[in-house]
Design a protein around this ligand. Structure first.
Ligand SMILES: Cc1ncc(COP(=O)(O)O)c(C=O)c1O
Length: 399
């Protein structure tokens, strides 16, 4: 095994869930390593023993570590990171801070996530700003050429999803970043499904804002997420909500918003999961994001190839670059039926439905797809087990 390769046996030994399930729902919520579990439980026990505020004070360094870990992961500074409860809240806190008015244009992608699109619709109603969907190129990723053609003085935000919830597509985030930089337009990247399964460098990508969740490919606790906001933009984005953590009340009619990214945070927060998130990010950094990506991409490519060889099964992933999310349909079986058939053998997959990525699903005439998302602790044998089960489910449907 080269230094670059993942020691799968060790990864599995350190993941208690591997003894119980075959987990291909890593894009839903991955199995946490034992160190994350121990960190969260340990802090809850400390809170119960000495008091919540007192435990937070005692664990101060472990709590603060999350900012350094997230900054190391994204290649940014710790004061550009806000820790919040999920990717949606991270994204919302930044998105709703952009001052938009009638006729302002937001450019987005076909595979945009449902919650983001709901926010575009709401902001359109409130402000008269319009959202325009940049078409895909022939591979199914956002067309960078079409994006360039769409740029004009009324474009106030480019907001795209890096990896969609419903497939292996990896949008060309850095090429989009180059267009955004050249045009001087703020660029918001939803990296919820990409961070943790591949290296991410906010400078190389050229994004100004990026949102992440903890529980998916980062293998952190549920109910965690974080936001990156470039320093130069921070002071221009006033959060949609303020509290005594985000701002200082300095006179009867005056307040001062804090200068760092923590202006997007809440005062009250879950300290145990914040510590757990720090441990999860450090754990990912310990394996190395290149090594993680290489294994995840390789396993997913094998899974796609094997699925495509099964009669009646159609792989639905788009894009020139494809990551660890593998989606498919099986003739004669709904995605929900396939998921249930696999669950009977303790094999976890999920179903991605129309409303999560409505534009993309409608454009392709899909109502739901089965989503099998791999992580580096999955084995080649597990992939074969999944293939056998899908094959037998599909066979019985067409018999
Ligand atoms: C592309 C994308 N963005 C955002 C989210 C929302 O993340 P969270 O549930 O952490 O708010 C998801 C969740 O599946 C997603 O797939």
């Amino acid at each position: 095994m080269s230094a670059h390769e993942i020691d799968v046996e060790r990864a599995r030994r350190e993941t208690p869930g591997c003894a119980h399930v075959t987990h291909f729902n890593n894009a839903g919520s991955a199995l946490p390593p034992a160190c994350v579990l121990d960190a969260v439980i340990g802090h809850l026990q400390l809170e119960a023993r000495i008091g919540g505020y007192e435990a937070a004070a005692q664990a101060h360094d472990r709590v603060e570590r999350v900012y350094d870990a997230a900054a190391a992961l994204l290649h940014c500074a710790r004061d550009e990171i806000a820790i919040v409860e999920n990717a949606t809240r991270a994204w919302d806190m930044a998105f709703y801070a952009f001052p938009l008015g009638p006729g302002d244009r937001i450019l987005t992608t076909v595979a945009e996530y449902g919650s983001n699109y709901l926010a575009y619709l709401q902001v359109a109603r409130r402000t008269g700003a319009v959202t325009e969907v940049v078409p895909n190129d022939d591979s199914g990723q956002i067309s960078v050429e079409a994006l360039k053609r769409a740029i004009d003085a009324r474009v106030k935000l480019i907001s795209i999803t890096h990896v969609p919830t419903n497939g292996g597509l990896v949008n060309p985030a850095a090429a989009v970043g180059q267009v955004a930089r050249e045009a001087g337009i703020p660029y918001l990247l939803d990296a919820c499904q990409s961070v943790g399964q591949m290296p991410i460098d906010v400078d190389a990508i050229g994004c100004d804002v990026l949102s992440v969740t903890g529980r998916k490919f980062l293998r952190g606790p549920r109910g965690t997420g974080f936001l990156y906001v470039r320093r130069g933009l921070l002071e221009r984005l006033e959060p949609p909500f303020l509290d005594v953590h985000a701002a200082r009340w300095i006179a009867r009619d005056r307040y001062e918003v804090r200068p760092d990214a923590r202006r997007f945070e809440n005062w009250e927060t879950n300290y145990a999961t914040k510590i757990g998130l720090a441990v999860a990010v450090d754990y990912a950094l310990g394996w190395g994001l290149e090594a993680i990506r290489d294994r995840v991409y390789r396993l997913a490519a094998t899974l796609r190839e094997r699925l495509a060889s099964l009669p009646g099964v159609v792989v639905r992933d788009l894009g020139a670059e494809r990551c660890g999310i593998v989606t498919f349909t099986a003739a004669g079986r709904t995605a929900t039926e396939v998921k249930a058939a696999l669950a009977a053998h303790a094999v976890n997959v999920s179903v991605s439905s129309r409303s999560s990525t409505l534009l993309d699903m409608d454009a392709r005439g899909l109502t739901e797809v089965v989503r099998a998302s791999v992580h580096y602790y999955n084995t080649e044998e597990e992939v074969e087990q999944l293939i056998r089960l899908v094959a037998s489910t599909a066979r019985r449907a067409t018999a």
